[in-house]
Write a protein that binds this ligand. Structure first.
Ligand SMILES: [Zn+2]
Length: 297
């Protein structure tokens, strides 16, 4: 049982130490600080604790730009990363070890070839990166904000890791352990909703008045009608990663716009956050979580 939970060659001693550190003093406040973890039952909570300990034992955290990564930061990143694999196997996060944490947004070098074949190199500020076979890089400022926000950079980057398994980042994670999920159906539904979303974004951009910069906060009211952050229109891999954020944090708008896509994600992740979050919120009607208001930026 333990072997299965920790992965075949997990470092058992480190795992047991990490598990022991998530004790009654640390674990309940850690859960409470992350609003999207509400509604888990006792068994799910214990599995989440074990998966969190597995991540802590098997990943090496490094601070960049002078950041000292405290146990509190490691715990927060690990518990956020553990949620997507709550119904899956920790082995899906194997094959790489480093998590690099910057204090805030960081610059990455991008290259782009334009239609004339000219290669442009430029630097872009970002809050997270996931390198195929390599590290996950996170901005702590954004990872911390994910405790109670509509966007979640940790879930986003770890979703990329799931997508990168079995054939590269293409919006379809490895489905070999999911006999009931047909890869052709996944591709079919993904293509449909991705095209639909791109049309939706084009329609909104056509309606934004010319004196409003579409990249600025002033354009947020137009994008607010979208079920996902407009960044999801980038490519199918980003669509899957942004969908995964919404799926776990605020699934209402996405599940209403594309019920088939929500169902596929629920079958893949083996979780139903819509039901879980609604059940939790119905027990605490005083808590207010805004539905369907995507982040912007
Ligand atoms: Zn991404």
């Amino acid at each position: 049982m333990l072997r299965w939970l920790t992965g075949r060659d997990a470092r058992d001693r480190e795992f047991e130490q990490a598990l022991a550190a998530l004790d009654a003093r640390v674990w309940p406040p850690l859960l409470a600080r992350h609003a999207f973890l509400r509604g888990l039952d006792a068994q799910e909570t214990e599995t989440l604790r074990r998966h969190t300990a597995w991540i802590l034992a098997n990943k090496a955290f490094h601070g960049a730009h002078g950041l000292r990564v405290t146990p509190d930061m490691r715990h927060s990143i690990a518990v956020q990363a553990a949620l997507p694999i709550l119904g899956l196997d920790t082995s899906l996060y194997r094959g790489w070890t480093q998590i690099v944490v910057y204090p805030g947004g960081f610059l990455v070098r991008r290259t782009e070839t334009d239609e004339a074949g000219v290669v442009h190199e430029y630097e872009q500020e970002t809050s997270g990166e996931s390198w195929e076979g390599g590290p996950i890089i996170l901005s702590w400022e954004d990872a911390r904000a994910g405790m109670d926000a509509q966007a979640n950079v940790v879930i986003h980057e770890f979703a990329h890791k799931l997508d990168q398994r079995d054939g590269g980042a293409d919006g379809m994670p490895g489905l070999r352990a999911h006999r009931s999920l047909d890869p052709r159906r996944w591709r079919e539904v993904l293509d449909l909703v991705f095209d639909d979303f791109n049309d939706w974004v084009d329609d909104i951009e056509a309606r934004i008045p010319s004196d409003v910069d579409p990249e600025s906060d002033a354009a947020a009211p137009w994008y607010a009608e979208l079920p996902l952050d407009p960044y999801a229109a980038q490519d199918p891999a980003e669509f899957f990663a942004v969908s995964s954020e919404s799926f776990f944090i605020e699934p209402w708008a996405m599940a209403t716009a594309w019920p088939d896509w929500y169902q596929l994600l629920a079958q893949y992740y083996r979780q139903d956050p819509l039901r879980r979050l609604e059940a939790a919120d119905s027990q605490h009607p005083d808590r207010c979580f805004p539905n369907g208001t995507p982040r912007h930026g």
